[in-house]
Design a protein around this ligand. Structure first.
Ligand code: PHE
Length: 343
């Protein structure tokens, strides 16, 4: 067996070194190594000597050897064939090339970018802030003093070492930071990741993404708010979509509302997405509470404003009928590659 292996090694070296100037010597090579009485055949004939438990291993070695000789023959043939070796080695130039799989943006990034660009067309610019916030910017400045029941609505991750610090529960904290700068008017949208202490399920996650908006100037009214978010809905979901506002409560807006759109899946007839009501909730909004303006050093007698906030996961769910939130973070390519075009 070892002898056989050595023999093969030797033949390989011979084959490697073989040169053929013309078609004839290529043919000689073929007869010597690959012919019916050639060396490859005869080595294969020695298979019977190989003990049973090594037959499989040896079979593989023989196959490789045969392949090696055949490859060399192909090379010799083309080399002796008018110097067109390279072209022939590449086989057929007219075949299409190998396809490189292209990556694509995550559906949440696509939808966030779309939301941002719609508001940018209305003159909003993007503002960003830290994900680790302090109590003031996330809660207190927004009219949620300690022990305010509304804090329960936003189960919060606190940072043990620094009790005053937390993972922001909404990007309203960015709005506070902008208001504190005192440069008016303000017309911003705040996209970003936010965190809430929820058990992970199809309908909840411990983090999600928001885009919140804020507009503060003289004479900003609820009509401006309605028209702005209505414009957004039409651009995002199409002109045929209807909207409705329901009174709601947020500590930082007064009056507050929740906006629903007619269900984009069933058109209002009733389906799983809209829980057979015909409507799906897409954002919270309202007129900025005067106390909030004062907290941030803005004269509430002179200025008014509106704010709104939406979840990017939710908008994506409605737009693409994604029925399990966990899909966004599972990195399953079969899911992700469905979102490459059309947005
Ligand atoms: N901050 C609110 C939330 O996270 C959303 C919101 C923003 C509601 C602005 C009204 C106005 O739920």
């Amino acid at each position: 067996m070892e002898e056989l292996l050595q023999k093969i090694e030797l033949y390989k070296q011979e084959i490697e070194a073989y040169k053929a100037a013309d078609a004839e010597s290529a043919e000689e090579f073929r007869i010597k190594y690959l012919g019916t009485k050639g060396l490859v055949k005869s080595i294969m004939g020695e298979m019977k000597q190989v003990p049973g438990d090594r037959k499989k291993e040896f079979g593989q070695i023989l196959n490789d050897f045969k392949q090696f000789a055949e490859n060399k023959y192909e090379l010799l043939k083309t080399a002796s064939d008018g110097g067109t070796t390279e072209v022939k080695n590449l086989k057929d130039y007219s075949l299409p090339g190998d396809q490189l799989p292209l990556g694509s943006r995550h559906p949440l990034s696509l939808v966030r970018n779309r939301i941002v660009s719609i508001f940018q067309r209305l003159g909003f610019s993007v503002a960003e802030g830290p994900e680790i916030e302090d109590d003031w910017h996330n809660f207190t400045a927004l009219n949620l003093p300690e022990n305010h029941p509304a804090r329960d609505m936003q189960d919060t991750f606190y940072i043990n070492q620094k009790p005053d610090w937390l993972l922001r529960t909404h990007t309203s904290s960015v709005q506070v930071r902008e208001m504190e700068k005192g440069q008016l008017p303000i017309r911003i949208i705040c996209p970003g990741r936010v965190y809430r202490n929820e058990t992970i399920s199809a309908r909840a996650h411990c983090f999600f993404h928001q885009v919140e908006g804020l507009y503060i100037d003289e004479n900003v009214s609820f009509a401006d708010l309605k028209q702005t978010v209505y414009f957004f809905v039409q651009e995002m979901f199409g002109k045929e979509v209807r909207v409705r506002f329901r009174p709601s409560y947020f500590p930082f807006t007064e009056p507050s509302a929740e906006m629903d759109i007619s269900c984009t899946i069933c058109g209002g007839d009733g389906c799983q997405l809209c829980k057979h009501s015909g409507w799906v909730e897409i954002l919270g909004c309202g007129m900025v509470h005067p106390q909030l303006l004062e907290n941030c050093g803005i004269n509430s007698n002179k200025y008014t404003g509106f704010a709104f906030g939406m979840g990017v996961e939710r908008i994506t769910q409605i737009k693409y009928n994604v029925n399990d939130l966990r899909m966004y973070s599972q990195n399953d390519v079969r899911f992700l590659k469905q979102f490459t075009a059309g947005i």
